[in-house]
Design a protein around this ligand. Structure first.
Ligand SMILES: NC(=O)c1ccc[n+]([C@@H]2O[C@H](COP(=O)([O-])OP(=O)(O)OC[C@H]3O[C@@H](n4cnc5c(N)ncnc54)[C@H](O)[C@@H]3O)[C@@H](O)[C@H]2O)c1
Length: 269
């Protein structure tokens, strides 16, 4: 994987990636750039997104490594609108979008503060709606496109210690289906990917917390988690990026409104 991806099937296209400073967003941005897209890196943290731009610049060696950074909070529709306007002036017409932003906080259900519920739903669900709607308006004007929202296997079932997160991710799957239905006539496909446990800062933070509670090391906590996954290991961000690029590409031209589990077999429904 990785090395064989010389295919430049996104050449001449402009892609927007939110959460582009995070583990999965960075891998997605990189995959798109490797395949020839110009990539707009949106994140609430300009520093993280800049690190992504640097890593793509180094890896891309110039060819296919065109990126630009936009510091944006996805919960602010005006800010996203303004950023997309700048993206089109800087990088060209937006026809591809990836929503890879997100937050998670762990609270037992009985202790989950309502304010945390609001914050999680605002970033993970409202933020995804804002991205998909605003990117879709651009893609409609340009004759079509494709979009992928990063949901989670947590959107497939219950979570005792992050009910807010699970609800937000179930909401993303529903949102993707509605958007796909509404946008099909405009030649825009919309799909979701549901990762399981990916080696990113989000996961590492959870395992640092778990390890402390259980009196073990974060590495032991990771190993315990991996043992519960049918494929026996934590997944890499690049393995999600491969699925995202597939869902954006012509190779999935008849796939829309789907939520694809990419989770090592953790979830099979
Ligand atoms: N890591 C996993 O195991 C895992 C599993 C399933 C789903 N996911 C989902 O994948 C997505 C990416 O997660 P990750 O693991 O790369 O996490 P991450 O913490 O590495 O990255 C998340 C990024 O989102 C950005 N962000 C947060 N709030 C934002 C806002 N309001 N506006 C714009 N950007 C914002 C952060 O700055 C960060 O760069 C998330 O939606 C997450 O829920 C992750």
């Amino acid at each position: 994987m990785g090395k064989g991806k010389a295919m430049k099937d996104f050449e001449g296209r402009t892609a927007v990636v939110t959460g582009a400073g995070g583990g999965i967003g960075r891998a997605c941005a990189r995959s798109l750039a490797e395949r020839g897209a110009r990539v707009a890196l949106l994140d609430i943290s300009a520093d993280s997104a800049s690190l992504t731009a640097e890593s793509i610049g180094q890896a891309g060696g110039g060819a296919g490594g065109t990126t630009a950074v936009y510091a944006v909070d996805v919960t602010d529709p005006d800010a996203v609108e303004e950023a997309l306007g700048r993206v089109e002036r800087d990088l060209g017409p937006v026809t591809l979008a990836v929503g890879a932003h997100g937050i998670v906080r762990n609270h037992p259900f009985l202790e989950l503060p309502a304010a945390d519920w609001d914050a999680t739903l605002a970033v993970n669900l409202k933020g995804m709606f804002v991205l998909l709607q605003k990117a879709a308006r651009r893609a409609v004007a340009h004759g079509g496109g494709a979009m992928v929202a990063v949901s989670s296997v947590a959107g497939r079932g219950p979570r005792a210690t992050c009910a807010d997160y699970a609800a937000s991710k179930a909401g993303v799957i529903s949102l993707v289906r509605s958007a796909a239905l509404a946008l099909a006539e405009h030649g825009i496909r919309v799909n979701a990917v549901c990762p399981g446990v990916v080696d990113t800062e989000m996961t590492r933070a959870i395992h640092r917390q778990k390890a402390e509670i259980e009196g073990i090391t974060p590495q032991e906590s990771f190993a315990r988690q991996a043992a519960k996954i049918p494929l026996g290991r934590i997944e890499t961000p690049e393995e999600i990026a491969d699925v995202v690029s597939f869902l954006l590409s012509a190779q999935s031209s008849y796939v829309t409104g789907q939520a694809l589990n990419a989770c090592g077999g953790l979830e099979m429904d």
